[in-house]
Design a protein around this ligand. Structure first.
Ligand code: NAP
Length: 290
């Protein structure tokens, strides 16, 4: 069923720059249509200097919800009225809910990552996890893993190792547990992965068009290890393929992408998201099958 836009249609969307390649409109509009909800979802290219006006516009136009993507996830915080405690700890927001003019920020990248793990029956509490990368996604994932009771080592390129150390320090302070940050090199990977239950690739290594690359040598992957590559383009990365071949439990970035969207959808509509449909639409948009 297609959506008929009327005077009562509620508006949601995503703001970012660039925004042309976002998968979110396709996933959300398909979900609204499936549940016959009178909502529409649009993508808005918002430059850094336009962010404050965009959020004022959200209030003025009574936009029900927004996803927030690069480069606004941190910068948007001062313009909101309230923050969910997890989003506050992470210091980044990817979802805004507008309740009668009051704007509350959430981070469903973090909770979506956890839901994708849960779908595979993986409970992070007590696990020893190597997080590769210290960018925006690594930050959300590291906080939520620490909050879930996992122990972490963060590995990042030497150029930005100080950044990774600062992130490790913040998590150590927040959760009162030691988190180390090490250089992402072969020797450290070998040492850390030797004692790890799970590895999360939160770098952009392996992302299209450089899909022949993997951040982890195949020889370090082993049966029973959980390997979560959050890169979703290509759908099946070299790391995911090699993890499956090694008998590891490979979790795909697509699952995190779909769950972050589904959790936003549920907050805006109060309805359970049609997760499988959203996943099919995302796969279709990425031009593939699994
Ligand atoms: P970001 O903030 O730009 O961080 C990128 C990270 O990758 C940094 O730690 C960076 O290291 C590292 N990196 C980049 N090139 C590298 C290389 N050649 N070798 C080693 N490390 C390298 O990006 P982000 O938003 O965190 O996104 C990271 C990836 O996750 C992207 O592929 C993105 O599409 C994906 N993602 C997926 C989802 C999902 O729902 N599945 C959600 C968010 C992001 P430096 O700090 O040294 O620069």
């Amino acid at each position: 069923m297609s959506i008929e836009i009327s005077g009562k249609t509620k508006v949601c969307g995503v703001i970012g720059d660039p925004i042309e390649h976002t998968m979110s409109p396709v996933m959300h509009n398909a979900a609204f249509s499936e549940l016959s909800l009178d909502y529409v979802y649009l993508a808005f290219r918002v430059k850094a200097e336009g962010l404050a006006r965009a959020i004022e516009g959200m209030r003025a136009l009574n936009i029900r919800g927004l996803n927030v993507t690069i480069p606004h996830k941190v910068a948007v915080i001062p313009f909101l009225d309230e923050l969910d405690p997890l989003a506050e700890k992470i210091g980044a927001v990817n979802t805004i809910v507008n309740d009668a003019g009051s704007l509350k920020g959430y981070n469903t990248d973090a909770t979506g990552f956890l839901r994708a793990l849960k779908d595979r029956g993986v409970e992070p509490g007590g696990k020893r996890v190597a997080v590769l990368g210290a960018g925006g996604a690594a930050r959300a994932i590291s906080f939520v893993l620490a909050e879930s009771g996992a122990s972490l080592v963060i590995l990042n390129r030497l150029e930005e190792l100080d950044w990774a150390k600062a992130l490790a320090g913040q998590i150590s302070k927040t959760f009162k547990k030691e988190v180390k940050a090490l250089e992402l090199d072969e020797a450290n990977l070998k040492a850390v992965l030797g004692g790890a239950d799970m590895v999360v690739n939160a770098t952009s290594v392996g992302m299209s068009p450089r899909s022949d690359e993997s951040p982890v040598a195949a020889s370090l992957l082993r049966p029973g290890m959980v390997v979560f590559d959050i890169v979703y383009n290509p759908l099946k990365t070299r790391l995911a393929t090699e993890a499956a071949a090694a008998g590891a439990e490979a979790v795909m970035g697509l699952d995190m992408l779909v769950w972050q969207g589904a959790l936003s959808f549920e907050m805006w509509t109060g309805r359970q998201a049609p997760v499988e449909l959203m996943k099919r639409e995302a796969i279709r948009m990425l031009g593939g099958r699994l």
